[in-house]
Write a protein that binds this ligand. Structure first.
Ligand SMILES: [Zn+2]
Length: 336
């Protein structure tokens, strides 16, 4: 059936009009992406009794944890209120950089004319379907760390350093200032001490936490166990107490997040050249997943492999990112 020509033209105008309105709305959201404000809800209606003493309860439209593919647009679904009684202004804090892999938090702060307020947050993950590589360096800083930082800066790659109480403060400050994650790896890294008791372990962990705080001003809760959570070396020192089973729970109870790895470069034993480190890492990269790579910036040949690893990763579509509290933790099974 054919519609009359005038009718069709009219429909076309309506459709084009709708598209223009939608595009302007989207553009408005994008332009105001850092902090923007919008309104939800109807004007207050007479029979709706808003109880001033009750808090404003916002709920998220769509999931609390949303993944977006790198380079694609993110259109925020927003929030709604629980009772729909009052007109609500919503301020959104935070923004999403869809060109950079990472985790972004948006916080919606709602308020009403009667003075009720409420807030809720959403996590938006920008991911790369080819995979994200988290380079991590343990046991430093050391004399090779400056050279490593130069290489990372050359490619604008962010990494993660699990530091001890060794090395220069200035290197930790540089790691921090250049946008890397400075995380904790115990102060002494002395197995016979840290794994002799839960109290010793935390004395040592808090000592390196204090060190980092003195240098960067930040209290860090991201950490890695010397030897990883799966280590069995602790059996030699813990008097049969199965200390790792206690520690993995206890660090989390105290607010820490611990990371293991799912790719070992072998630089702590088994690999003795930059070539071997390079091959151990790149052949193990997780296509479509997260690769948490273990290296040590106290090993010159391991640092010497980093530029080739970055070149390989970038030219094969991987994205490099630093770890944060929401990242993949690559937890091992606990053996002791
Ligand atoms: Zn270590």
């Amino acid at each position: 059936m054919q519609l009359p020509r005038r009718r069709r033209r009219y429909l076309r105008y309506v459709l084009v009009g709708l598209l223009v309105v939608l595009s302007l709305f989207t553009l408005g959201l994008v332009l105001a992406s850092d902090t923007y404000r919008y309104d939800i809800g109807e004007e207050p209606i007479s029979f709706c009794q808003s109880i001033a003493s009750e808090p404003l309860e916002l709920s998220l439209i769509d999931e609390a944890d949303i993944s977006v593919i790198i380079g694609q647009d993110y259109l925020d679904p927003g929030v709604e209120d629980s009772d729909g009684c009052e007109h609500i202004n919503v301020d959104v804090e935070g923004s999403v950089d869809t060109n950079t892999v990472g985790n972004y938090t948006l916080t919606y702060k709602g308020s009403t004319e009667s003075g009720k307020t409420g807030e809720i947050s959403r996590l938006v993950r920008v991911i790369n379907p080819r995979g994200t590589v988290y380079l991590t360096f343990d046991d430093g800083p050391f004399v090779y760390t400056a050279e490593l930082l130069d290489i990372l800066a050359k490619y604008d790659v962010k990494a993660t350093f699990f530091v001890t109480c060794g090395g220069d403060d200035d290197l930790i400050l540089r790691e921090y200032n250049e946008g890397h994650t400075v995380a904790l790896h115990t102060c002494s890294h002395n197995y016979s001490y840290i794994y002799s008791s839960v109290a010793s372990y935390f004395d040592d962990l808090y000592a390196v936490q204090d060190r980092v705080k003195n240098i960067t001003g930040e209290t860090v809760y991201l950490m890695r166990f010397p030897g990883g959570s799966s280590n069995m070396v602790s059996m030699n020192y813990d008097g049969g107490s199965r200390i790792m089973s206690t520690l993995v729970d206890e660090v989390e109870a105290r607010g820490f997040t611990y990371f293991d790895w799912n790719i070992s470069s072998g630089d702590a034993g088994g690999a003795y050249s930059a070539d071997a480190v390079f091959e151990n890492v790149v052949y193990a990269l997780k296509d479509g997943g997260s690769s948490v790579v273990l290296q040590h910036d106290v090993k010159d040949f391991s640092v010497a492999a980093v530029e080739r690893i970055i070149n390989y990763g970038l030219s094969n579509g991987y994205t490099f990112a630093r770890l944060d509290a929401n990242s993949f933790t690559a937890h091992h099974g606990v053996n002791n």
